[in-house]
Structure formats: structure tokens, C-alpha cells
Ligand binder design. Structure first.
Ligand code: GLN
Length: 295
């Protein structure tokens, strides 16, 4: 009998490469293995996830395979999927993301929800956002409330350059103004704001020491809130009353164990109507307070 022909070199198809990668990711403990594989492959092929299924048995070109392999390798080493594909949806809009700023989190959408509650439609309100990062909060508010004027600040030049790219990417709404500076440093002093909000860095030293490996790819500056995580939150609470109109609102994203300290500091700074909202995981996440009118 003649010898069997040598096995033909494996031709990777969309189907087989997705199956192989999701198994690999599962072994490595990567979150949502199949979805991650699909997102990376769609990115490498510059198509939608749905399109992958329309040509499921198509073999991959060597160039496509090379590009996909490098994305899979980077993801396997911990790099977040959103940085690899350069995009993250926030408040139903696509934001450009990369290592210049924190990846927008779903719980931060709650901050936008509560802010919109405080900003009546068709009213000329003034809003300040501190530590804007990618600009996702300021831009979502600006697009949802075209009559509000929003000032957004960040100490990081890199983050602001990303926020400006997002601004352009989302059609350059004219009601957002970017300022580089440390917290209140370059905010206009007058007239005062109706709402001031922030998702500042609030992780404590212990949390910073045990960060999930994906989060280590994000800027420390956007996460590190000092020993107890309260460094920036305290400064914001302490100095915000000077920038707010009478009965102005303050909204802060915060760490799950900071509710008590935050409440005490808010009372001390002259705030009332304090509410600590929980996120979908049931953790204390958003502090809301209103400036007491001078008696
Ligand atoms: N919520 C973020 C995290 O858990 C932290 C965001 C922040 O410090 N502002 O990684």
C-alpha cells in the first residue's frame, strides 16, 4: 500500500480559529472567552461580529492571521480588550479608548443618569466635571443636554488629548470646554455651577497593590486615591462649595467602603440632602448632595 499523504498544513478558518482561541482564553481565565475572541477577530478583519458568521468557513489570509495572533497574544498577557480594539461603548455611544485614560465603566453610566436627573431639559445650566479622562461623562451630558454648558478638566495632558479626539469623533458638540489643570485650578470661577461631578481616582493603597492584571494597563494616575483612596474625593468635597450656585448639586463616584467618610465630610462642607446610591452589584458607588442655601 502506498504511504498516506502527509497531513496538509492546517488552514485556519474563521470558525476554527474562534473555537481554538476561546478554549485558550478559557484556560487562561480571560473574561468572556468567546466574545473576546470574536471582538479581536472582527477588529483584525475590520468587520462586525455578525459578519464573522456570514463567512464562517472562510480561510484566513496569512496577513489576517498574523494580525489576529498578535492581538490574541497581547490579550493573553492581560492587555484589556477595549485597549486592543480601541473602542468602548458608554451611554450608547462609541468612545475611543487607549492607555491615555481609564476605560469607561458601566457603573459610571449611573453618574450620568443622576446628573441628567438634575439637569432639566431646555434649561441653560452650567456643569463642571473634574478628572474627565476620556471625556465620556462630559460628552454624554453635552449630547443629552445641548443647552447645558459643560467645563471638563483633567491634570493629564494625555487624557485631555484623548477627550478632545472623542469630542471630534462625536461631532464636536459646541457646549463642552476642556481645561487642563489640577481639579479646580483652571475652572472659571464665576458664574457658579449648577452641578459639579467627578469620577476621581479613589482606590486605596491596598486595592492598588492587588489590582487585577488588566487594570494594571490603565493609568495609575486615574486610579490611585492615596492611602485610604479619599485624597481627591476629600479635596473635591472641601473646595466644591465655592464653585457651586446656592442649592447646587454635587455628584461623586466613590469606592464601596467610603460611604461613611464621604457622608461626614459632605456634612462638614455644608451639604445636605445626602444620598449614597448603590450600583448594580449592590455596592455603594455614587454620592449625591446639595449645597445648603445660606440661612
Ligand atoms: N471603578 C474603577 C475600578 O474599579 C476605579 C475608578 C476610579 O478610581 N475612579 O477599577
Amino acid at each position: 500500500m502506498p504511504p498516506a499523504p502527509p497531513p496538509s498544513p492546517k488552514r485556519w478558518t474563521i470558525a476554527s480559529v474562534l473555537q481554538w482561541t476561546s478554549q485558550q482564553f478559557k484556560k487562561l481565565g480571560v473574561d468572556s472567552p468567546r466574545l473576546t475572541a470574536e471582538l479581536l477577530l472582527a477588529h483584525a478583519l475590520q468587520c462586525s461580529r455578525v459578519a464573522l458568521y456570514l463567512e464562517y468557513e472562510r480561510p484566513l489570509e496569512p496577513k489576517e492571521l498574523g494580525l489576529y495572533r498578535s492581538l490574541v497574544q497581547r490579550r493573553s498577557l492581560g492587555e484589556p480588550t477595549q485597549y486592543l480594539i480601541g473602542m468602548k461603548e458608554f451611554y450608547q455611544r462609541p468612545f475611543i479608548v487607549d492607555s491615555r485614560a481609564l476605560i469607561p465603566r458601566p457603573e459610571t453610566e449611573l453618574l450620568v443618569d443622576f446628573a441628567l436627573e438634575k439637569l432639566p431639559k431646555n434649561q441653560n445650566t452650567r456643569v463642571a466635571e473634574l478628572c474627565t479622562g476620556s471625556g465620556c461623562i462630559a460628552l454624554s451630558l453635552a449630547l443629552e443636554r445641548p443647552q447645558a454648558e459643560i467645563w471638563a478638566t483633567d491634570i493629564s495632558k494625555e487624557a485631555l488629548s484623548l477627550a478632545r479626539e472623542n469630542h471630534q469623533h462625536l461631532g464636536s458638540p459646541p457646549n463642552v470646554h476642556w481645561c487642563e489643570g489640577n481639579l479646580f485650578e483652571n475652572l472659571p470661577q464665576t458664574p457658579s455651577f449648577h452641578l459639579l461631578l467627578s469620577n476621581p481616582p479613589y482606590l486605596c493603597a491596598q486595592e492598588m497593590d492587588s489590582l487585577q492584571r488588566e487594570i494594571r494597563f490603565e493609568p495609575r494616575l486615574a486610579l490611585d486615591g492615596g492611602t485610604d483612596g479619599m485624597q481627591l474625593l476629600s479635596l473635591i468635597i472641601q473646595h466644591s462649595p465655592r464653585f457651586l450656585a446656592p442649592q447646587g448639586w454635587l455628584l461623586l463616584e466613590m469606592g464601596q467602603n467610603q460611604a461613611e467618610q464621604i457622608t461626614l465630610q459632605l456634612i462638614k462642607a455644608g451639604y445636605a440632602d445626602i444620598v449614597i446610591h448603590k450600583d448594580w452589584a449592590g455596592l455603594h458607588r455614587i454620592a449625591q448632595a446639595r449645597l445648603t442655601p445660606p440661612s
